[in-house]
Design a protein around this ligand. Structure first.
Ligand code: PMP
Length: 359
Protein backbone atom coordinates (compact mmCIF):
# COMPACT_ATOMS: atom_id res chain seq x y z
CA UNK A 1 0.00 0.00 0.00
CA UNK A 2 2.75 2.46 0.95
CA UNK A 3 5.77 3.67 -0.96
CA UNK A 4 8.66 1.29 -0.26
CA UNK A 5 10.91 4.13 0.87
CA UNK A 6 8.31 5.41 3.34
CA UNK A 7 8.07 1.94 4.86
CA UNK A 8 11.88 1.90 5.24
CA UNK A 9 11.98 5.36 6.88
CA UNK A 10 12.31 5.60 10.63
CA UNK A 11 10.66 9.06 10.63
CA UNK A 12 11.55 12.20 12.53
CA UNK A 13 11.54 11.72 16.28
CA UNK A 14 10.81 15.02 18.02
CA UNK A 15 12.23 15.65 21.48
CA UNK A 16 10.10 14.34 24.33
CA UNK A 17 7.08 16.49 25.17
CA UNK A 18 5.93 14.84 28.40
CA UNK A 19 2.24 15.44 28.93
CA UNK A 20 1.83 14.09 32.46
CA UNK A 21 4.58 14.37 35.06
CA UNK A 22 6.02 17.83 35.76
CA UNK A 23 9.69 17.84 34.81
CA UNK A 24 12.19 20.68 34.68
CA UNK A 25 12.06 20.78 30.91
CA UNK A 26 15.41 21.61 29.31
CA UNK A 27 15.25 19.29 26.30
CA UNK A 28 13.78 21.06 23.25
CA UNK A 29 15.26 24.56 23.29
CA UNK A 30 12.05 26.30 24.21
CA UNK A 31 12.12 29.70 25.86
CA UNK A 32 11.46 29.27 29.60
CA UNK A 33 9.49 32.52 29.83
CA UNK A 34 5.94 33.23 28.62
CA UNK A 35 5.68 35.40 25.49
CA UNK A 36 4.97 39.14 25.43
CA UNK A 37 1.57 39.95 26.97
CA UNK A 38 0.81 41.81 23.73
CA UNK A 39 0.86 38.48 21.89
CA UNK A 40 -1.78 36.98 24.15
CA UNK A 41 -3.91 40.14 23.85
CA UNK A 42 -3.69 40.09 20.04
CA UNK A 43 -4.69 36.42 19.88
CA UNK A 44 -7.69 37.15 22.10
CA UNK A 45 -8.79 40.02 19.87
CA UNK A 46 -8.44 37.82 16.78
CA UNK A 47 -10.42 34.99 18.39
CA UNK A 48 -13.19 37.34 19.47
CA UNK A 49 -13.42 38.78 15.96
CA UNK A 50 -14.48 35.28 14.88
CA UNK A 51 -12.83 32.28 13.27
CA UNK A 52 -15.49 31.36 10.74
CA UNK A 53 -13.46 32.82 7.84
CA UNK A 54 -10.27 31.42 6.35
CA UNK A 55 -7.09 33.23 7.34
CA UNK A 56 -5.19 35.61 5.05
CA UNK A 57 -3.25 33.09 2.90
CA UNK A 58 -0.37 35.56 2.55
CA UNK A 59 -0.15 36.55 6.26
CA UNK A 60 0.08 40.15 5.04
CA UNK A 61 -0.05 41.81 8.47
CA UNK A 62 2.92 39.81 9.69
CA UNK A 63 4.94 40.34 6.52
CA UNK A 64 4.41 44.10 6.61
CA UNK A 65 5.55 44.45 10.21
CA UNK A 66 8.37 41.93 9.83
CA UNK A 67 9.72 43.77 6.77
CA UNK A 68 9.97 46.98 8.78
CA UNK A 69 11.75 45.24 11.65
CA UNK A 70 14.11 43.21 9.43
CA UNK A 71 15.07 46.24 7.34
CA UNK A 72 17.40 47.15 10.21
CA UNK A 73 19.56 44.14 9.23
CA UNK A 74 18.89 44.08 5.49
CA UNK A 75 17.65 47.35 4.01
CA UNK A 76 16.29 45.75 0.84
CA UNK A 77 13.59 43.76 2.60
CA UNK A 78 9.96 44.55 1.79
CA UNK A 79 6.96 42.24 2.40
CA UNK A 80 7.50 40.46 -0.93
CA UNK A 81 10.84 39.15 0.39
CA UNK A 82 9.02 37.12 3.07
CA UNK A 83 7.00 33.88 3.06
CA UNK A 84 5.37 32.61 6.27
CA UNK A 85 5.02 29.06 7.50
CA UNK A 86 3.46 26.91 10.19
CA UNK A 87 6.71 26.93 12.15
CA UNK A 88 10.03 26.94 10.35
CA UNK A 89 9.64 23.18 9.88
CA UNK A 90 6.91 24.05 7.37
CA UNK A 91 9.32 26.46 5.68
CA UNK A 92 11.94 23.71 5.43
CA UNK A 93 9.33 21.42 3.86
CA UNK A 94 8.30 24.06 1.32
CA UNK A 95 11.91 24.81 0.39
CA UNK A 96 12.78 21.12 0.03
CA UNK A 97 9.77 20.41 -2.18
CA UNK A 98 10.51 23.46 -4.30
CA UNK A 99 14.13 22.74 -5.16
CA UNK A 100 14.76 18.99 -5.09
CA UNK A 101 13.21 16.30 -7.29
CA UNK A 102 13.73 12.51 -7.31
CA UNK A 103 17.13 11.63 -8.71
CA UNK A 104 18.61 14.75 -7.12
CA UNK A 105 20.03 15.29 -3.63
CA UNK A 106 20.23 17.63 -0.66
CA UNK A 107 23.37 18.42 1.31
CA UNK A 108 23.68 19.04 5.01
CA UNK A 109 26.28 18.76 7.73
CA UNK A 110 26.23 16.36 10.64
CA UNK A 111 25.64 16.57 13.56
CA UNK A 112 22.88 19.07 12.85
CA UNK A 113 19.10 19.38 12.84
CA UNK A 114 17.88 15.84 12.22
CA UNK A 115 14.78 16.96 10.30
CA UNK A 116 16.92 17.60 7.20
CA UNK A 117 17.40 13.86 6.79
CA UNK A 118 13.69 13.18 7.23
CA UNK A 119 12.71 15.84 4.69
CA UNK A 120 15.05 14.27 2.14
CA UNK A 121 13.56 10.84 2.83
CA UNK A 122 9.97 12.06 2.46
CA UNK A 123 10.88 13.80 -0.78
CA UNK A 124 12.60 10.61 -1.98
CA UNK A 125 15.88 12.35 -2.77
CA UNK A 126 19.53 11.58 -2.09
CA UNK A 127 21.50 12.85 0.89
CA UNK A 128 24.97 14.19 0.73
CA UNK A 129 26.19 14.46 4.28
CA UNK A 130 29.37 16.29 5.30
CA UNK A 131 30.66 15.79 8.85
CA UNK A 132 31.66 18.72 11.01
CA UNK A 133 35.28 18.73 12.12
CA UNK A 134 35.93 18.01 15.80
CA UNK A 135 36.03 21.78 16.46
CA UNK A 136 32.65 22.24 14.73
CA UNK A 137 34.12 23.94 11.70
CA UNK A 138 32.86 22.82 8.30
CA UNK A 139 35.81 23.55 6.09
CA UNK A 140 35.95 22.46 2.50
CA UNK A 141 34.06 19.21 3.07
CA UNK A 142 30.67 20.86 2.97
CA UNK A 143 31.35 22.69 -0.26
CA UNK A 144 32.80 19.62 -1.94
CA UNK A 145 30.92 16.70 -0.44
CA UNK A 146 30.48 13.75 -2.75
CA UNK A 147 27.08 13.69 -4.41
CA UNK A 148 27.44 10.11 -5.71
CA UNK A 149 26.29 11.17 -9.13
CA UNK A 150 23.09 12.85 -7.97
CA UNK A 151 23.14 16.62 -8.47
CA UNK A 152 22.82 18.49 -5.18
CA UNK A 153 19.97 20.97 -5.55
CA UNK A 154 19.71 22.35 -2.01
CA UNK A 155 22.03 22.72 0.98
CA UNK A 156 20.79 23.29 4.54
CA UNK A 157 22.98 25.04 7.09
CA UNK A 158 21.75 25.53 10.65
CA UNK A 159 23.50 28.67 11.87
CA UNK A 160 23.81 28.70 14.85
CA UNK A 161 23.99 24.94 14.59
CA UNK A 162 22.19 22.46 16.79
CA UNK A 163 23.32 20.61 18.91
CA UNK A 164 26.61 22.52 19.07
CA UNK A 165 25.32 26.11 19.36
CA UNK A 166 28.28 27.14 17.19
CA UNK A 167 28.03 29.74 14.48
CA UNK A 168 29.73 30.58 11.21
CA UNK A 169 30.41 34.26 10.53
CA UNK A 170 28.40 35.86 7.67
CA UNK A 171 31.58 36.22 5.59
CA UNK A 172 32.25 32.48 5.82
CA UNK A 173 28.66 31.66 4.90
CA UNK A 174 28.83 34.06 1.94
CA UNK A 175 31.99 32.30 0.74
CA UNK A 176 30.30 28.92 1.16
CA UNK A 177 27.26 30.09 -0.82
CA UNK A 178 29.58 31.20 -3.61
CA UNK A 179 31.26 27.78 -3.83
CA UNK A 180 27.98 25.88 -3.89
CA UNK A 181 26.19 25.45 -7.19
CA UNK A 182 22.78 25.11 -5.47
CA UNK A 183 20.63 27.28 -3.17
CA UNK A 184 21.75 27.52 0.46
CA UNK A 185 19.05 27.58 3.13
CA UNK A 186 20.55 29.22 6.22
CA UNK A 187 18.40 28.00 9.10
CA UNK A 188 18.52 30.83 11.64
CA UNK A 189 16.17 29.30 14.23
CA UNK A 190 18.49 30.44 17.04
CA UNK A 191 19.91 33.61 15.52
CA UNK A 192 18.47 36.07 18.03
CA UNK A 193 20.70 34.57 20.73
CA UNK A 194 23.76 34.96 18.49
CA UNK A 195 26.12 37.82 17.73
CA UNK A 196 25.60 37.94 13.96
CA UNK A 197 23.05 37.02 11.31
CA UNK A 198 23.31 36.14 7.61
CA UNK A 199 20.14 38.01 6.67
CA UNK A 200 21.95 40.62 4.62
CA UNK A 201 23.35 37.91 2.31
CA UNK A 202 19.94 37.55 0.65
CA UNK A 203 20.25 41.09 -0.68
CA UNK A 204 23.01 40.25 -3.13
CA UNK A 205 22.64 36.50 -3.66
CA UNK A 206 19.37 35.03 -4.94
CA UNK A 207 20.59 31.55 -4.01
CA UNK A 208 20.69 32.38 -0.28
CA UNK A 209 17.49 31.87 1.72
CA UNK A 210 17.29 32.60 5.45
CA UNK A 211 14.66 30.88 7.61
CA UNK A 212 13.59 32.07 11.05
CA UNK A 213 11.18 30.92 13.74
CA UNK A 214 9.17 32.53 16.50
CA UNK A 215 9.42 29.32 18.54
CA UNK A 216 12.63 30.15 20.38
CA UNK A 217 13.50 33.80 21.02
CA UNK A 218 9.84 34.94 20.90
CA UNK A 219 8.77 32.11 23.24
CA UNK A 220 6.07 30.88 20.84
CA UNK A 221 6.86 27.22 20.16
CA UNK A 222 3.20 26.39 20.77
CA UNK A 223 1.94 28.93 18.23
CA UNK A 224 3.75 27.44 15.20
CA UNK A 225 5.05 30.34 13.17
CA UNK A 226 8.17 30.76 11.06
CA UNK A 227 9.20 32.52 7.88
CA UNK A 228 11.79 32.61 5.15
CA UNK A 229 13.48 35.63 3.62
CA UNK A 230 14.74 35.56 0.03
CA UNK A 231 14.59 37.65 -3.11
CA UNK A 232 11.03 38.28 -4.36
CA UNK A 233 11.33 36.07 -7.45
CA UNK A 234 12.33 33.19 -5.16
CA UNK A 235 9.51 33.89 -2.68
CA UNK A 236 7.04 33.95 -5.57
CA UNK A 237 7.95 30.40 -6.61
CA UNK A 238 7.95 29.08 -3.03
CA UNK A 239 4.45 30.49 -2.65
CA UNK A 240 3.19 27.98 -5.24
CA UNK A 241 4.33 25.09 -3.07
CA UNK A 242 2.97 26.06 0.36
CA UNK A 243 -0.40 24.82 1.64
CA UNK A 244 -3.14 27.34 0.87
CA UNK A 245 -3.78 28.37 4.47
CA UNK A 246 -0.61 27.23 6.21
CA UNK A 247 -0.77 29.88 8.96
CA UNK A 248 -3.97 30.22 10.95
CA UNK A 249 -5.68 33.45 12.01
CA UNK A 250 -4.61 33.22 15.65
CA UNK A 251 -0.98 32.47 14.73
CA UNK A 252 -0.81 35.40 12.29
CA UNK A 253 -2.25 37.78 14.92
CA UNK A 254 0.08 36.50 17.65
CA UNK A 255 3.16 36.49 15.44
CA UNK A 256 2.50 40.04 14.24
CA UNK A 257 2.22 41.29 17.82
CA UNK A 258 5.36 39.34 18.75
CA UNK A 259 7.59 40.78 16.04
CA UNK A 260 6.19 44.21 16.83
CA UNK A 261 7.41 43.95 20.44
CA UNK A 262 11.15 44.28 19.92
CA UNK A 263 11.62 45.64 23.46
CA UNK A 264 10.28 42.34 24.85
CA UNK A 265 12.64 40.42 22.54
CA UNK A 266 15.71 42.39 23.61
CA UNK A 267 14.92 41.95 27.32
CA UNK A 268 14.26 38.23 26.90
CA UNK A 269 17.41 37.59 24.90
CA UNK A 270 19.45 39.45 27.52
CA UNK A 271 18.05 37.20 30.26
CA UNK A 272 18.69 34.00 28.31
CA UNK A 273 22.24 35.05 27.40
CA UNK A 274 23.06 35.90 31.02
CA UNK A 275 21.75 32.53 32.18
CA UNK A 276 23.62 30.77 29.36
CA UNK A 277 26.87 32.18 30.73
CA UNK A 278 26.09 31.08 34.28
CA UNK A 279 24.96 27.60 33.19
CA UNK A 280 28.02 27.07 30.98
CA UNK A 281 30.36 27.92 33.84
CA UNK A 282 28.49 25.79 36.36
CA UNK A 283 28.39 22.74 34.08
CA UNK A 284 32.08 23.18 33.21
CA UNK A 285 32.87 23.37 36.94
CA UNK A 286 31.33 19.90 37.21
CA UNK A 287 33.79 18.41 34.73
CA UNK A 288 31.83 18.72 31.48
CA UNK A 289 33.33 19.98 28.25
CA UNK A 290 30.96 22.75 27.15
CA UNK A 291 31.05 24.07 23.59
CA UNK A 292 30.83 27.90 23.54
CA UNK A 293 27.27 28.57 22.42
CA UNK A 294 25.59 31.30 20.38
CA UNK A 295 22.17 29.72 20.94
CA UNK A 296 19.83 29.06 23.87
CA UNK A 297 21.33 25.65 24.65
CA UNK A 298 24.67 24.06 25.45
CA UNK A 299 26.34 20.99 24.02
CA UNK A 300 27.93 19.18 26.94
CA UNK A 301 30.10 16.10 26.96
CA UNK A 302 31.67 14.40 29.96
CA UNK A 303 35.00 12.56 29.99
CA UNK A 304 33.25 9.57 31.62
CA UNK A 305 31.21 9.19 28.40
CA UNK A 306 28.25 8.05 30.47
CA UNK A 307 25.86 10.43 28.76
CA UNK A 308 22.94 8.04 28.49
CA UNK A 309 23.19 7.10 32.17
CA UNK A 310 23.44 10.75 33.18
CA UNK A 311 20.42 11.64 31.06
CA UNK A 312 18.42 8.81 32.63
CA UNK A 313 19.43 9.67 36.19
CA UNK A 314 18.64 13.34 35.65
CA UNK A 315 15.25 12.34 34.26
CA UNK A 316 14.59 10.13 37.28
CA UNK A 317 15.48 13.16 39.41
CA UNK A 318 12.89 15.29 37.56
CA UNK A 319 15.15 17.12 35.10
CA UNK A 320 14.76 16.50 31.38
CA UNK A 321 17.71 17.25 29.11
CA UNK A 322 18.31 15.88 25.60
CA UNK A 323 20.52 12.88 25.03
CA UNK A 324 21.84 12.92 21.48
CA UNK A 325 23.93 10.42 19.57
CA UNK A 326 25.27 10.76 16.04
CA UNK A 327 26.42 7.72 14.19
CA UNK A 328 29.50 8.30 12.14
CA UNK A 329 30.74 11.52 13.73
CA UNK A 330 33.01 9.86 14.80
CA UNK A 331 31.23 6.53 15.25
CA UNK A 332 28.89 6.56 18.22
CA UNK A 333 29.57 10.12 19.29
CA UNK A 334 27.08 11.34 21.86
CA UNK A 335 26.43 14.00 24.48
CA UNK A 336 23.83 16.04 26.32
CA UNK A 337 22.16 19.11 24.90
CA UNK A 338 20.87 21.30 27.69
CA UNK A 339 18.45 24.15 27.03
CA UNK A 340 19.04 27.38 28.94
CA UNK A 341 16.17 27.81 31.38
CA UNK A 342 15.30 30.23 34.16
CA UNK A 343 17.74 30.73 37.05
CA UNK A 344 15.51 28.48 39.18
CA UNK A 345 15.62 25.76 36.53
CA UNK A 346 19.42 26.03 36.38
CA UNK A 347 19.50 25.64 40.17
CA UNK A 348 17.30 22.55 39.96
CA UNK A 349 19.49 21.06 37.22
CA UNK A 350 22.69 21.67 39.17
CA UNK A 351 21.32 20.25 42.41
CA UNK A 352 20.14 17.11 40.63
CA UNK A 353 23.38 16.85 38.66
CA UNK A 354 25.43 17.03 41.86
CA UNK A 355 23.29 14.30 43.39
CA UNK A 356 23.49 11.94 40.39
CA UNK A 357 27.20 12.48 39.82
CA UNK A 358 28.05 11.53 43.41
CA UNK A 359 26.60 8.09 42.82
N1 PMP B 1 15.70 24.60 12.80
C1 PMP B 1 16.41 24.16 13.84
C2 PMP B 1 17.89 24.12 13.75
C3 PMP B 1 15.73 23.74 15.01
O1 PMP B 1 16.43 23.29 16.06
C4 PMP B 1 14.32 23.80 15.06
C5 PMP B 1 13.60 23.38 16.31
N2 PMP B 1 13.26 22.04 16.37
C6 PMP B 1 13.65 24.24 13.92
C7 PMP B 1 14.37 24.66 12.81
C8 PMP B 1 12.15 24.25 13.80
O2 PMP B 1 11.49 25.06 14.66
P1 PMP B 1 9.97 25.42 14.46
O3 PMP B 1 9.34 24.43 13.51
O4 PMP B 1 9.41 25.34 15.82
O5 PMP B 1 9.95 26.80 13.89
Amino acid sequence: MFREDILRMSGYVPGEQPQGRKLVKLNTNENPYPPSAKVVAAIKVAAEAGLQRYPDPAATAFRRRAAEVLAADCAAITPDWILCGNGSDDILTIVTRSFVAPGQAVRYATPSYSLYKTLAEIQGVGQDVAPYEADWSLGYRFAQANDEGRPVRLAYLANPNSPSGTRMAPGEVAALADTLTCPLLVDEAYVDFAETSCLDLVRTNERVLVSRTLSKSYALAGLRFGYVVAQPQVIEQLGKVKDSYNCDTLAIAGATAAIDDQAWLAANVAKVRAERKRLAQAVADRGFVVTPSDANFLWCTHPSNEHMALYQRLRDGGVLVRYMAYEGWPAGYDGLRITVGTPAQTDALLTTLDAVMKR
